[in-house]
Design a binder for this molecule. Structure first.
Ligand SMILES: *Cc1c(COP(=O)(O)O)cnc(C)c1O
Length: 405
């Protein structure tokens, strides 16, 4: 179907929840995707940190094909090997002892929130339910997770929100200390705020937080939905930050594009989930778990983490050089292949300019460009991005489009 027709039908038949770019993507290979007209794009969006192995990775494709032919779904009333194997590999390579599987980041965070409330109830009584989250955070779009998300724009119009949440500014330990009370069950945060504009948590802050939580038996929950699965150069971002959480959530990259989420926890915490307390029909089904297992194996057995780390450094350096050359760039920040570039101007226009020049990027918060490519991104593709950004900034300056503040 021609792109124009597809746009018209999308306008007619879909709920209008997304502002889409005017392209119809039909296939992908590695870190490139192709539109209906055959145009090639370098993919620095990667399904928003989802296509961790790139498009069409043979191991992932084969795992999905094999599993689809054998068994796509069976209820959690029965055992399936891919689910248990995936849990084992995640446990073997993390702080956690047990895993609950679901289908998305929001659902993984719902599990973490329920787990924290139940832990609070069982260990300290019914008054211990409050969860402290961060301003400018992002935890999903369900009612509980928009409440956890410290951004008014995602909550507006959906009130009443879920009770039992409090908010602290990110990287402000004093604020958390003053919010903590005998109601506090957990503190939940992203090690790097992704949707909020790519802000990295300070190590000192996390250390203090870890100590405080341990001392008061408050759960520390890391939302690694975006930062997990090698994105920052280690399997999980917390590994580089010198602290371990009690609970961690994953989704996005976990299935390499197949929907799957996970909530991981220490034994002492996981124990409060007993049969009947939580469930998900599709959660951990054989197809999704076979895909995630293939992703984990590629990450752990190959050199992809190393590659991601190197390319992350290369990308950060390229963007930093770009900042030195262009006044319009205010800041570059991130870790590994999760990088943000804060501009003096509306980021959306730059996203459109990049699209026209064959590069997919995305804007998060009004003035921040976000780069979350597949881990297979190459040096040459990164060079192309940096050169393209430079050309765009130069052109905009010449055209007098941008007035600086
Ligand atoms: C994307 C994201 C979510 C939500 O994941 P969904 O799969 O869209 O529900 C939650 N937390 C973080 C940190 C995210 O980046």
């Amino acid at each position: 179907m021609p792109t124009e027709e597809l746009k018209d039908d999308a306008a007619k038949y879909l709920m209008q929840t997304y502002a889409r770019q005017p392209v119809s993507i039909v296939r992908g290979r590695g870190s490139k995707v192709y539109d209906l007209e055959g145009r090639e794009y370098i993919d620095f969006v990667g399904g928003i940190a989802v296509n961790i192995l790139g498009h069409g990775h043979p191991d992932l494709v084969q795992a999905i094909q094999r599993q689809a032919a054998q068994l796509i779904h069976v209820s959690n009333l029965y055992y399936t090997e891919p689910q248990v194997k995936l849990a084992q590999i995640l446990v073997d390579h993390s702080f956690a002892d047990r895993v609950f599987f679901c289908n998305s980041g929001a659902e993984a965070n719902e599990a973490a929130i329920k787990l924290a409330r139940r832990y609070g109830h069982e260990k300290h009584g019914a008054g211990r339910f409050e969860i402290i989250t961060m301003k400018n955070s992002f935890h999903g779009r369900t009612l509980a997770t928009i409440t956890a998300t410290g951004q008014e724009k995602v909550q507006k119009g959906f009130e009443p929100l879920m009770p039992g949440f409090a908010y602290a500014p990110f990287n402000d330990f004093g604020a958390i200390e003053s919010l903590i009370s005998d109601k506090t069950a957990a503190v939940m945060l992203e090690p790097i705020q992704g949707e909020g504009g790519v802000y990295v948590a300070d190590e000192e802050y996390l250390k203090n937080l870890r100590e405080l939580c341990t001392q008061k038996d408050i759960l520390l929950i890391f939302d690694e939905v975006q930062t997990g699965m090698g994105r920052t150069g280690t399997l999980f971002a917390y590994e580089q930050l010198g602290v371990e959480p009690d609970v961690m959530t994953l989704a996005k990259g976990l299935g390499g594009g197949v929907p799957i989420g996970a909530c991981l926890a220490k034994d002492s915490v996981a124990a409060v989930f007993t049969p009947g307390t939580h469930a998900s029909t599709f959660g951990g089904n054989p197809l999704a778990c076979a895909a995630a297992l293939a992703v984990c194996r590629v990450l752990l057995e190959g050199r992809m983490l190393e590659q991601a780390k190197r390319m992350g450094e290369y990308l950060a350096k390229g963007l930093a050089d770009c900042k030195d050359r262009h006044r319009v760039v205010r800041d570059v920040r991130g870790r590994g292949l999760l990088q943000g570039m804060e501009l003096d101007i509306d980021a959306k226009a730059v996203v459109a300019d990049c699209l026209a020049r064959g590069i997919l990027i995305n804007a998060t918060s009004e003035r921040v460009l976000r780069f979350v490519p597949p881990l297979v991104i190459t040096q040459r593709e990164i060079d192309k991005l940096v050169d393209t950004l430079s050309a765009i900034f130069n052109q905009r300056l010449l055209a007098g489009k941008d007035t600086h503040h």
